[in-house]
Design a protein. Structure first.
Length: 157
């Protein structure tokens, strides 16, 4: 095992995850292809096949590339378009299963900042300790809540 060199960030100090759609969402988008093909079949069947395939590729690619990214790097937590310095954050809490479902549901504070995606079970709740920020916490969907919480803890110092 390598010894860490002072001043050099190790890969464990960084986190990046794209909250891409679930497989079922991508399949549902791809099902639009036959519908488009059927619409254009009376005009030209070759054109219908091309437009159907193109529709599937464009919709699936748009869904994947438009997905928000959660990252921790350079002292910032980024979730989608929002970002906050990690020194303004409290102790993150990683939740899965029933606890995550409740955090996304009945325990959800409307004043919190949310980045919640269906099909992603895990949630990390990070309290905001900035007295000037009206947002009490960030609630972020993630496939690896323990890892995100650990990286935020390490980034806080």
């Amino acid at each position: 095992m390598q010894k860490p060199t002072p001043g050099i960030r190790l890969p464990q100090d960084r986190y990046r995850e794209r909250l891409s759609p679930s497989l079922w969402t991508l399949i549902a988008l791809a099902v639009c292809a036959p519908m488009v093909a059927l619409t254009f079949t009376p005009l030209n069947s070759a054109l219908a096949l091309v437009l159907g395939a193109l529709t599937a590729v464009v919709l699936v690619a748009a869904a994947v590339f438009a997905s928000p990214v959660v990252s921790v790097e350079d002292g910032m937590l980024r979730a989608g378009r929002a970002r906050i310095p990690v020194e303004l954050l409290g102790e993150p809490v990683a939740l899965t299963g029933e606890q995550a479902r409740q955090a996304r549901g009945i325990e959800l504070d409307p004043r919190d900042w949310h980045l919640i995606r269906g099909g992603i079970d895990g949630v990390v709740v990070v309290p905001v300790q900035d007295p000037d920020d009206p947002t009490p916490a960030w609630v972020i969907s993630t496939r690896t809540p323990d890892r995100l919480a650990a990286v935020v803890r390490r980034a806080r110092g």
